[in-house]
Design a protein around this ligand. Structure first.
Ligand code: UFG
Length: 335
């Protein structure tokens, strides 16, 4: 298929582009480099051995989108582009609503004009109301707790309404749990700007000496060891979930949500220990207060994706930790 990938140089986007190219899809990437480095294009090309058509452009730029859609035949858009930091979204809500919603609307309008009828959207487990009990299933109650989460939920709504109004349009809403890890080549991985918000990138920076110690946000949760439990899945598994969605769902009318997770919960301390095993290092940590907004357990029920997309996560937490550490050690190597 001819696939346009917005945000294709970002963490999840870049891994997905590699898997799409490996499966012989024709890919066009659009990325504004807000949260990605330009050398990611070269890194993807090094892994795949193929030249990648890339536009450095903002999806909210209607003129730029018009040019791109006029120059390429597109069958489907995989839409990753968007701001993604929960804390920042609380401080800068207008920036989040403006960017995430406008870029989606402009993309959809360009798609409509150019008869592109399919979108795979990068949603998040954050759309589930915290009142639900894990494992989360697709039909459970939805609600967001911060502007970032609301943008994901609002975009799910926009795509669902659009798919209802126009039966030729179909949308796949992929609700990611906690993506971690990196490409085996050591060429692609997560490169947070500034202090990492997420657990494994923070652990990696403690491991390489950038940060002194990890703060474990609370050990009094209702979980086996008292620390927060999440469903961590390898980013390559997540990337393959997008390929499965694209290939299995082609032209299925309507909007369909799928959880992409492993179904297995891992606590903060279990992830620290898995990393220590993979790296043969010790990660110093202190237990601090809970982080506002966190809940004890977030785990997917991935059975719908297993059944309908024939997709299942296969990598272990240890493999994900080893790949993340390998990437962290080589991220500054020249290509
Ligand atoms: N944690 C720490 N110390 C840290 C960072 C995190 O103890 O320095 C803990 C958190 O309290 C939580 C777990 O590690 O228990 C995972 O935290 P992350 O920040 O890595 O991930 P979250 O589950 O909080 O959030 C992630 C994504 C969000 C998304 C959400 C969906 O970052 O974008 O999953 O559930 F919305």
């Amino acid at each position: 298929m001819n696939v346009l990938v917005s945000g294709g140089l970002g963490y999840i986007g870049s891994h997905t582009v590699v898997e799409l190219v490996k499966r012989h899809h024709d890919v066009v990437v659009v990325d504004n480099l807000y949260n990605a480095d330009a050398d990611v294009q070269l890194r993807i090309e090094k892994i795949t051995g193929k030249k990648l058509t890339t536009y450095i452009a903002d999806c909210a730029d209607a003129e730029a989108m018009e040019k791109i859609f006029s120059s390429h035949k597109v069958d489907c858009v995989i839409h990753f582009a968007g701001y993604k930091a929960v804390g920042e979204s609380v401080r800068k809500p207008l920036m989040y609503y403006h960017n995430n919603l406008l870029s989606t609307l402009v993309l959809l309008e360009a798609m409509k004009k150019h008869n592109v009828h399919q979108m795979v959207f990068s949603s998040s487990a954050t759309v589930y109301s915290p009142e639900n009990t894990s494992p989360f299933r697709e039909e459970m109650r939805l609600a967001a707790t911060n502007p970032y989460g609301w943008t994901k939920l609002m975009i799910e709504r926009i795509l669902t309404d659009y798919a209802t109004a126009d039966p030729s349009f179909s949308a796949i809403l992929l609700r990611y749990f906690n993506p971690i890890g990196a490409h085996d080549s050591g060429l692609l991985g997560e490169r947070p700007v500034g202090i990492p918000n997420n657990l494994l990138p923070y652990i990696c920076q403690v491991a390489d000496g950038t940060r002194e110690k990890l703060s474990v946000f609370g050990d009094d949760y209702a979980t086996p060891d008292g620390t927060g439990v999440r469903d961590y899945l390898h980013v390559v598994d997540l990337a393959l979930g997008h390929v499965a969605a694209l290939e299995k769902m082609a032209n299925r009318p309507g909007a369909h949500a799928f959880n992409l997770g492993t179904g297995k919960g891992t606590s903060v301390l279990e992830l620290v220990h898995a990393f220590e095993q993979a790296s043969h290092l010790t990660i110093p940590y202190v237990v601090t207060d809970r982080r506002p907004g966190d809940i004890d357990t977030v785990v997917a029920d991935p059975s719908k994706a297993e059944k309908e997309l024939e997709w299942k996560a296969t990598h272990s937490i240890e493999e994900a930790c080893a790949s993340a550490w390998h990437f962290q050690q080589h991220v500054k190597d020249s290509l």
